[in-house]
Ligand binder design. Structure first.
Ligand SMILES: [Zn+2]
Length: 168
């Protein structure tokens, strides 16, 4: 083995290791944005869900069946099906909206984190940009945060059922 082939044999391993660690620290970087027109989304979601997701609407308090949902499982973005919340982080906030102490890491974007023009406290699905809700700092431990979500912007999949493929 000459010097050149020895270098080629040795280099890829440590470089691959560094790349893998960087990805693990930045899960949002691995999620490619899904871009669709408003007309395309209008064909895929209900009119009520469209108003929440793409016109920044808010559903009436107490109107979502997900308020009473207590089973373990996963909450997906109702538009693109990206998993956003684990049911283990859901709690009863008494506000009339499904509430969580934290999202799945890297799945929601705010102005602070991702340089969007939306107000700081509003959050959106990092993949499709669909509006989900607002985050407040009056939540319970362990985070002290209250991620207050519109039920119409979510789809619940109970534990043990297969998650749908991401919409493309
Ligand atoms: Zn989405």
């Amino acid at each position: 083995m000459n010097r050149r082939t020895l270098l080629q044999a040795l280099l890829p391993l440590p470089l691959a290791g560094i790349a893998a660690r960087a990805l693990a620290n930045e899960p949002a970087a691995a999620i490619a944005p899904l871009r669709k027109t408003r007309a395309q989304w209008r064909e895929l979601v209900s009119p009520a869900a469209f108003r929440i997701l793409f016109d920044e609407g808010t559903e009436p308090a107490g109107s979502s069946a997900l308020n009473a949902e207590k089973r373990p499982g996963t909450y997906l973005c109702a538009a693109c099906f990206l998993p956003l919340f684990d049911a283990a982080d859901k709690y009863e906030s008494g506000t009339g909206w499904p509430s969580f102490t934290r999202p799945i890491e890297g799945r929601l974007g705010t102005k602070t984190d991702f340089k969007l023009i939306w107000p700081r406290t509003e959050y959106h699905c990092i993949r499709c940009g669909g509006h989900q809700g607002h985050v407040f700092d009056d939540g319970p431990p362990p985070t002290g945060q209250r991620w207050c979500n519109n039920g119409l912007a979510l789809r619940f999949v109970p534990q043990g059922q297969a998650l749908p493929e991401l919409r493309t």
